[in-house]
Design a binder for this molecule. Structure first.
Ligand code: ADP
Ligand code: TRP
Length: 321
């Protein structure tokens, strides 16, 4: 099994990123060969400030290493250190029907939010397909919103293999943790940096608490019985807590006499328990730029060797050799 995922370096990572993508990807490193990259080519579709991109790339590298990515088990690299994927994107474009891209939600969503309708934004899923196929990935852990892109990748791979009459590419599957398919933000919508409703992974304890106190709930009073299944605080608490602790909080909700403020406090404590040690680890790594660069450079070397091989096969199959 070869597991691959990528994440854009385009903002401070939040609990949605962590539970939807980072943690599943990091947990999977125990189960197979894992490739994980920082999608800086993709990030160019939405911002243009060179220094911000550089800093964002460093931040994501630190975030993943602090959260337990083990460079001995995971090939960790920057997307742009493997320029072969851009050539592969062109080759894949040939078998990518316009209609397939026109149906993709992300282009529609982003242009509706005011992003310029560029060709790069439109063909974004083809670059993503190249990322996945270059490494012959079998499993792609992503959040729900990226599932469509993995479906597009499968379509493109099948078409390309048919065109060439040989299996140039492995057909990948997406993997989604169903219990955390969509992590809600503090307003109850999908948590996303674009909606200003996030709880950041490495927020200072006080800032995290402030965010948590703003989580939207209904207006039931302290004494009222409450429904855990419709509550945003409980939905977030569940992500951290053991089954036992979840059941305990659910019971308190149903019994009444337990306020949303109490639940928010429990959420904050559970958050600190997980993220305080990681925050310390991150601070230590931040002082060791040479180590972080070394990890990414070594990852790029391995990734590039594999992508070069796949690209070579595709070129030969098309008569470009
Ligand atoms: P954002 O919505 O903040 O811009 P991205 O689109 O960069 O986040 O997502 C990066 C990864 O994190 C993707 O795999 C995505 O599916 C996952 N992800 C982002 N937000 C959530 C969420 N609220 N719930 C679950 N997964 C999420
Ligand atoms: N599009 C993904 C996102 O915005 C990032 C990404 C790029 C990716 N290439 C990928 C994810 C390949 C998985 C596999 O989150």
């Amino acid at each position: 099994m070869r597991i691959l995922s990528g994440i854009q370096p385009s903002g401070r990572l939040h609990l949605g990123n962590y539970f939807g993508m980072m943690k599943p990807a990091i947990d999977l490193q125990e189960e197979g060969e894992t490739y994980l990259f920082i999608a800086n080519y993709h990030a160019l579709t939405s911002f243009r400030d060179a220094e911000a991109l550089r800093q964002g790339t460093r931040d994501v590298a630190l975030d993943f290493l602090a959260c337990g990515l083990d460079p001995e088990k995971t090939v960790f690299f920057r997307q742009s250190d493997v320029p072969e994927v851009t050539e592969l994107t062109w080759l894949l474009s040939m078998v990518t029907p316009m209609g397939l891209l026109e149906r993709c939600h992300s282009f529609k969503d982003k242009t509706a939010r005011g992003f310029p309708a560029t060709h790069a934004l439109f063909s974004y899923p083809v670059l993503m397909a190249a990322d996945i196929l270059a490494y012959q990935s079998t499993l792609v852990p992503v959040g729900q919103d990226q599932k469509q892109h993995v479906e597009v990748t499968r379509d493109i791979a099948v078409k390309f293999n048919n065109l060439c009459g040989q299996d140039i590419f492995t057909i990948p599957e997406s993997s989604i943790r169903t219990n955390v398919a969509v992590v809600p933000g503090i307003d109850g919508q999908k948590m996303s940096k674009s909606y200003d409703n996030t709880i950041e992974l490495f927020a200072e304890p006080k800032a995290a608490r402030k965010q948590m106190m703003r989580i939207v709930t209904d207006s039931k009073g302290l004494e009222d019985a409450k429904d855990p299944d419709t509550c945003n605080v409980y939905a977030l608490y569940r992500l951290f807590a053991t089954e036992e602790a979840q059941a305990e909080m659910a019971q308190r909700y149903r019994d009444g006499g337990y306020g949303y403020g109490d639940a928010k406090k429990a959420l904050h404590e559970a958050f600190l328990e997980v993220f305080e040690p990681l925050r310390e680890k991150r601070a230590a790594l931040e002082k060791d730029a040479a180590y972080v660069d070394g990890v990414l450079d070594a990852g790029a070397k391995k990734a590039r060797a594999l992508a070069t091989e796949t690209l070579g096969n595709a070129r030969t199959a098309l008569g470009l050799d």
